[in-house]
Design a binder for this molecule. Structure first.
Ligand code: MV4
Length: 666
């Protein structure tokens, strides 16, 4: 076995690989970009080396630099994780050339699966079922149209070099074919520099079922059962589970055998995944093979009790597969939820910022949290916005769903927008709970999954007010403790007696457009009356670390309230909400002065400034263009006026909420 490996990746997967290596007594070497100098994966490895600036092209994709680090520090193998160099044939070959083991398949196996049509030809020969279709070399439009008619509409045109849904066109009838073909060819050319296409029978609501395979260098291969990854949004997986709902032992064996045949057909070694799309009646068809360890491998680990990274390292070191097919069994049910730094309310735009508060549910037999971040970390625009994977296990699917909802409820994130509430809605939705998943689930249930925000729950406001009072009392005590004068009234330690205890304190919390007036009256130490909407609640609260043990009218629960500026993030059972503490004095008079102040809707880089102070602008005129995660966002004038100030220039980085431009009313 290796004594030292280099991990050519970042984030959760680098941390996850390091964990297994450490357990196996293997020393670990991290590489990092300037954006990751203080990242968790760097802290968790035994050694770390800088490889370049933040953009992946200049760091995590620089194979030569990474191989040079491995050679210099004496690492015998490189684990590429997923993404980056993991499916790069040239990198796998360069490792071999440098005398370093690439923890992955042989370069030829990567190459064989790189082209969709070539992969399909290999699979057809190996007897793996394919969607009825044409994947030949002849790209004559008339021939393609005849093939489409022979397959029967609807058909799907796919860019041969494509992936992730790019260059895919559904064609419902013969007279739409020519235009759709031209469009798919243009997209293929633009995205991949390759305008070749294939044509397939279109399945309207398939399921995405993939088989985990493993092969060793002696020619043995096994399958580690299936994962159902049907719940996706724009080809981005959201929830993955194993086993697949409704899978029968016979179909599992048929798909497993087909996947093993696929692996054998290309001389595969290591961890791989064979993707199928499946009809509701159970018929399945080969889609593609991923020649890497996948993001969602933990659900397979949870149901098999195995460590796939350990298997990868053993196979890469020349050992045989640790188990035979007849020694592999499924226990219970596992589900993974991907937590992304993205904003479901803003078209899932990636959200960047500092994780000012970060709490994940505690790990246990049933809950696993794989993450590459910790409180205080910066979520940068350079890399994938996945923050963590929450993986749960239950005796059956219903138990796993329950465990996942509980785990999601324990997630508290402040500093970036996340998809946590969206995940909670999907898992709680009947379509998911019933196991009737397919790739159209999110679109089909859009209304339920993107509800308009409802009224602020009373509990949210009660908790926010109790926390505000606790904060005030704690400040008073801190002031007393810091006072030099032993006779100062501030020395009286009980907030109830030191002045703040004798007044009713009014606070207003904003939730979107709504305003909620709350009055807090101290009654005794740790006990207040909270009046809201004409009703009074008796609330006891005691701080425990950054949490509050609350008893509100006899209901006991634990809550966290995180203050960030005027924002108050409330996390309590059934409540996950941002309120804004409205300070009646702080912004007095501001309304007028900043009437036309325009704030950055997201963090990003200013890529264009169209105006200067003194310019008259019409309503809707573009003022500034921001770029975040390769998407452009134009800030327009909300009303006609005159520009009084421009606070940033082209190339400046701005934080969400920063003043960009001031416009005075015309
Ligand atoms: C399909 C299909 C329906 N019919 N092929 C999307 C990405 C690519 N890897 C394969 N994809 C699909 N191919 C035929 N003949 C539907 C999809 C598809 C899809 C597949 C798996 C998971 C999610 C999906 C979401 C939309 C479309």
């Amino acid at each position: 076995m290796f004594t030292k490996i280099l991990i050519a990746n970042r984030g959760e997967i680098a941390c996850r690989v390091a964990r297994t290596a450490r357990r196996m007594g293997i020393r670990t070497v991290a590489v990092y970009s300037d954006a990751d100098a203080k990242a968790l994966h760097v802290a968790q490895c035994d050694e770390a080396y800088r490889i370049g600036p933040p953009p992946p092209r200049e760091s995590y994709l620089k194979g030569d630099a990474i191989i040079a680090v491995a050679q210099a520090c004496g690492a015998q193998a490189i684990h590429p994780g997923y993404g980056f160099l993991s499916e790069n044939e040239a990198f796998a070959a360069a490792c071999a050339e440098a005398g370093i083991v690439f923890v992955g398949p042989p370069p030829a196996a990567i190459a064989a699966m790189g082209s969709k049509s070539a992969a399909k030809a290999i699979m057809a020969k190996a007897g793996v079922p394919l969607v009825p279709g044409y994947h030949g070399d002849d790209q004559d439009p008339a021939l393609l149209a005849r093939e489409a008619a022979a397959i029967g509409f609807p058909v799907l045109i796919k860019a041969t070099a494509g992936g992730g849904g790019k260059g895919m066109k559904i064609v419902n009838a013969a007279d739409e074919f020519a235009a759709a073909l031209a469009s798919a060819q243009r997209e293929g050319k633009a995205s991949f520099g390759d305008d070749r296409v294939l044509v397939e029978k279109y399945l309207s609501s398939p399921r995405h079922i993939e088989i985990q395979v493993f092969a060793d260098a002696r020619g043995d291969a096994v399958y580690l059962f299936e994962r159902d990854c049907s719940v996706q949004r724009r080809h981005q997986k959201v929830l993955e589970e194993a086993p697949a709902p409704g899978m029968t032992p016979e179909r599992r064996k048929a798909m497993g055998d087909a996947a093993v045949s696929a692996a054998r057909a290309i001389g595969y070694v290591g961890a791989g995944t064979v993707e199928f799309i499946a009809e509701q009646d159970g018929r399945f068809f080969f889609m593609e093979m991923n020649t890497r360890l996948q993001v969602e491998h933990p659900v397979t680990e949870m149901i098999t009790g195995l460590d796939l990274v350990e298997w990868q390292l053993r196979v890469a070191a020349g050992e045989p597969l640790p188990r035979r097919q007849d020694e592999l069994t499924i226990r219970g049910h596992a589900i993974e939820a991907r937590l992304y730094a993205e904003d479901p309310e803003r078209a899932f735009l990636p959200s960047i910022g500092t994780l000012s508060h970060w709490r994940m549910p505690p790990a246990s037999e049933r809950v696993r949290v794989d993450t590459g971040v910790r409180a205080g970390d910066e979520v940068s625009p350079y890399y994938d916005p996945m923050l963590a994977k929450l993986v749960v296990h239950g005796d059956d699917r219903a138990a796993a769903c329950t465990a996942l909802l509980a785990a999601l409820a324990g997630c508290e994130v402040v500093g970036v927008a996340t998809n946590i509430a969206f995940l909670e809605r999907i898992v709680a939705h009947e379509a998911f709970a019933s196991g009737r998943v397919d790739t159209g689930l999110i679109d089909k249930h859009r209304a339920a999954l993107f509800p308009a925000p409802g009224p602020t729950p009373r509990r949210t406001l009660v908790v926010a007010a109790a926390a505000e009072y606790a904060r005030l009392a704690a400040n008073a005590e801190a002031t007393a403790a810091a006072s030099q004068d032993p006779h100062s009234p501030w020395q009286v330690p009980d907030a109830f007696w030191n002045g703040i205890g004798t007044h009713a304190i009014p606070w207003t919390f904003a939730d979107g457009e709504a305003r909620h007036a709350v009055t807090v009256r101290p009654r005794a130490a740790h006990t207040v009356d909270i009046e809201l909407d004409g009703r009074t609640s008796v609330v006891q609260s005691r701080a425990r670390g950054d949490r509050l043990d609350i008893d509100a009218d006899g209901a006991r629960f634990v809550a966290t309230v995180v203050a960030a500026g005027d924002d108050r993030w409330v996390f309590a059972p059934g409540a996950r909400r941002r309120l804004v503490l409205v300070d009646p004095l702080a912004h007095a008079g501001e309304e007028e002065a900043h009437g036309g102040h325009l704030a950055a809707p997201m963090s990003g880089t200013v890529v264009a400034v169209m105006v200067k102070p003194g310019d008259a602008v019409a309503k809707g005129a573009p003022l500034v263009v921001l770029e975040a995660m390769k998407m452009e966002h134009t800030i327009a004038a909300p009303a006609a006026g005159v520009v009084t100030a421009v606070h940033f220039g082209v190339g400046d980085r701005v934080a969400e909420g920063a003043d960009l431009v001031d416009v005075a009313d015309a």
